[in-house]
Design a protein around this ligand. Structure first.
Ligand SMILES: NC(=O)c1ccc[n+]([C@@H]2O[C@H](COP(=O)([O-])OP(=O)(O)OC[C@H]3O[C@@H](n4cnc5c(N)ncnc54)[C@H](OP(=O)(O)O)[C@@H]3O)[C@@H](O)[C@H]2O)c1
Length: 317
């Protein structure tokens, strides 16, 4: 299996993983079990996805049945915005580990560079973006405090690697000014409608591994009813014709466009057939011209932008 070697630990992060956002809760344990049986070795979860317990059930069943050993599976999870204060980070990571039923994460990410007011998990979990009054409540916790608490997760063995998500260059460079343990992975929205070339270049320069999310662009947002009025990347002519040339599917071409450049992907699917199709995206090579031609689809279309929830959350402004 193709992997990305993480700089600090030398750990191997699979280039293709399984994304858990929107994986139906009632079938999540079975889907995760099937994903592992199909050959997935990376599970991308988050407290916010509300299915960590079910994903953990699927994982534990796969471990018990001998499909894999724990050290052969790379489990990623993420710290939610309401838990950025120093005293909350370890407690939440521990809670998330207990939901999964494992004793360490291979990778733990700060989900967004946004601190929101604490919500007691006994009151509401996952807390999402809003308080009980339906409003967003910001909290003045600087990233340095959160990052130091993330480093403590490595010290205590709760996380083997730590990283960030939804961060642009300026915040990454800021973290590097004080980091005792540098972020190892940057997980960001990245697809042919949002190619993020400058950010990719910066991450490569820094030796920061990139994981692309929402590789199928608007497709991942259709099920939420919040897709934009643009043609589906899965049917756009240039992608479809390149797929036909290689006798592959448009989905596989979209994934290969990233993985061939060393960018990891974490496609989500509730379907066993599509899940297998996505995992098989590294079995062919695009030409340089094909990669370039797909990149020309860029329109800087960002689908996951918290400023649409509240303009004070303009992290991509
Ligand atoms: N860090 C962050 O803030 C963040 C944000 C967003 C996502 N993520 C992570 O990235 C993962 C993937 O992103 P995403 O969920 O936005 O979307 P995605 O993987 O780009 O797209 C998923 C959508 O594509 C469909 N699909 C999957 N495989 C397909 C195929 N081979 N052919 C045609 N359609 C296919 C799925 O439908 P079916 O299920 O019906 O197959 C679903 O509607 C998430 O699950 C999550 O783990 C992270």
């Amino acid at each position: 299996m193709a992997t990305v070697v993480l700089k600090r630990t030398g750990d191997k992060m699979p280039l293709v993983g399984f994304g858990l956002w929107k994986v139906t809760k009632s079938s999540c344990a079975d889907t995760v079990y099937e994903a592992i049986r199909a050959g997935y070795r990376l599970l991308d979860g988050a407290g916010d996805y509300g299915n960590e317990k079910e994903a953990g059930e699927g994982l534990r069943r796969a471990l018990a049945d001998g499909l894999v050993k724990r050290e052969e599976i790379f489990v990623t999870s993420k710290l939610w915005n309401t838990f950025h204060k120093r005293e909350h980070v370890a407690a939440l990571a521990q809670k998330q580990l207990e939901l999964w039923g494992i004793d360490y994460f291979d990778l733990f990410l700060v989900h967004f560079p946004v601190a929101l007011q604490y919500v007691d998990p006994n009151h509401r979990y996952p807390p999402e973006w809003w308080g009980d009054d339906g409003k967003v409540h910001l909290q003045n916790t600087p990233m340095q405090e959160t990052w130091e608490a993330m480093e403590a997760l490595v010290d205590s063995g709760k996380a083997k690697n730590i990283g960030v998500s939804n961060c642009q260059g300026s915040i990454i460079l800021d973290i590097l000014r004080y980091a005792r343990i540098e972020p190892q992975v940057l997980q960001v929205e990245l697809h042919p409608y949002l190619t993020q070339e400058a950010l990719v270049k910066l991450a490569k320069t820094l030796g920061l591994a990139i994981t692309a999310y929402s590789s199928f662009g608007p497709q991942g947002y259709v099920e939420l009813g919040i897709e934009k009025d643009v043609p589906s990347l899965l049917s756009v002519e240039s992608v479809a014709s390149i797929a036909a040339e290689h006798k592959k599917t448009p989905a596989q071409v979209l994934l290969r466009w990233a993985t061939q450049r060393g960018i990891a992907v974490i496609p989500k699917s509730n379907s066993a057939a599509r899940l297998a199709e996505n995992l098989d995206c590294n079995s062919f090579n695009l030409t340089e011209d094909q990669i370039k031609s797909i990149s020309t689809l860029n329109i800087n279309l960002r689908l996951n932008d918290p400023s649409e929830i509240d303009p004070r959350l303009g992290i991509f402004a």
